[in-house]
Design a protein around this ligand. Structure first.
Ligand code: PLP
Length: 395
């Protein structure tokens, strides 16, 4: 048994993220009758606040599920077996989504990337222009590909779809971008936005979300995939009554209500700006260490997570294990084809500048202890930037 390390564990995975004390306190209570008046008021309040976060006036379905369940809900409510779905393989999570589509006997049309940038809206537009019979029923894109820390420009995807004059639904996985990066469900013409509780929303895992456009709701009429638990219909009613068709995750909803209040008090533009500052500070540290960012396209850098490549011949998993054992910090691992080549620093959700500086110090010390070659000074570069930013002089 390794000697325990004193002090708080540093949770720097890109989900689950740290749960603020206010949210913990809100959940620390007896369960309530989910068919009683107190619960209805909570349900309605949560939906109203979620609409502000998704930037929608429409329906937001809440499931007691992880994000994967919310993926499934989006598909089974709108599609039928054999439907073509255009999917962009930007990393591990888009690959898993594609596998789920295949499980439901959808017919994924794939657009590959090298996992070092976001999806290419022009390539999406070109495939749609060639689809003259409109056999593609949905375009599925991951906003923040958590495995690579690359963003896809959703507004540009929407524009490409409009230019192609194609009627496919636009489905966006915002699981690791919601409440980290701007995402405008209504204004950007998204049909289903998919999210989970355990990332930017700062709530423990266990809630999945679909924000749903009228066009997606209308697609339910012809969608023939079997749906029971994931059916949107009773949740449309739940949006106005606050009551759910089954026993909801009551205490998580109390926590979510508090977390949403915190985000709205801070203001979404401030929340996004804070994430961008941390991401830039982290990248400055990485560059100073002489390590390589997995994301090679500066316009695609993710605000909530940074994937970092270790030099050839070194193990990212061994580095993470050293950091956990020696400094009591958890980080994300590499997934799929970048397994053991990448470690991911989560800086999303309830993170303050000192926590970030501490996390980066953990990485820098870990590189030293694990014997991974690096140049010292990464933490200094990051704290210089954070201080400049606090003084208003950052460039
Ligand atoms: N999509 C993205 C972008 C994710 O980051 C994750 C999880 O990390 C998922 C989907 C899967 O979500 P869950 O693990 O909550 O089912």
């Amino acid at each position: 048994m390794p000697t325990p390390v004193a002090g708080r564990h540093f949770l720097h995975t890109p989900g689950p993220t740290n749960v603020p004390d206010r949210v913990l306190r809100a959940m620390d209570r007896n369960a309530v009758n989910h068919r009683g008046p107190e619960f209805g008021a909570l349900g309605r309040e949560v939906v109203a606040k979620l609409r502000a976060i998704f930037q929608t006036n429409g329906i937001v379905a809440i499931f007691p599920s992880s994000g994967t369940g919310a993926w499934e809900a989006a598909m089974v409510n709108t599609l039928s077996a054999g439907d073509r779905v255009l999917m962009t393989r930007t990393g591990w999570f888009s690959y898993l989504w594609e596998q789920l589509a295949a499980t439901h006997r959808l017919d994924p049309v794939l657009l590959d990337t090298d996992w070092r940038r976001g999806a290419d809206p022009d390539a999406i537009g070109a495939v749609l222009r060639d689809d003259r019979e409109y056999r593609i029923k949905a375009v599925c894109v991951v906003h923040c590909e958590t495995s690579t820390s690359c963003m896809t420009d959703i507004r540009a995807v929407r524009t490409a779809m409009d230019r192609a004059g194609h009627p496919a639904l636009l489905m966006v996985d915002a699981i690791s971008s919601l409440a980290c990066a701007d995402l405008r469900h209504d204004e950007w013409g998204i049909d289903v936005t998919i999210a989970g509780s355990q990332k930017g929303l700062m709530v423990p895992p266990g809630l999945g979300f679909n924000a749903i456009s009228n066009k997606a709701l209308a697609a339910m009429k012809s969608a023939a995939l079997a749906r029971g638990y994931w059916d949107w219909a009773p949740l449309v009613t739940a949006n106005s009554t606050g009551f759910f068709p089954y026993t909801p995750a009551v205490n998580l909803l109390f926590g979510l209500n508090e977390a949403l209040a915190m985000l709205l008090e801070e203001g979404l533009p401030n929340v996004f700006a804070r994430h961008n500052v941390y991401a830039e500070a982290t990248r400055r540290a990485v560059r100073t260490w002489g390590l390589e960012l997995q994301c090679q396209d500066p316009v695609a850098y993710a605000p909530g997570v940074t994937a970092v490549r270790v030099p050839d011949g070194h193990s990212a998993d061994a580095l993470r294990a050293t950091i956990l054992e020696t400094f009591n910090m958890s980080m994300g691992n590499g997934l799929g084809r970048i397994d053991d080549k990448v470690f991911r620093i989560g800086h999303m959700g309830d993170v303050g500048p000192l926590q970030l500086a501490g996390a980066l110090a953990g990485v820098e010390m870990g590189l030293s202890v694990a014997g991974v070659p690096y140049r010292a000074g990464g933490v200094q570069a990051a704290i210089d930037y954070l201080a400049q930013h606090a003084r208003g002089t950052a460039r």
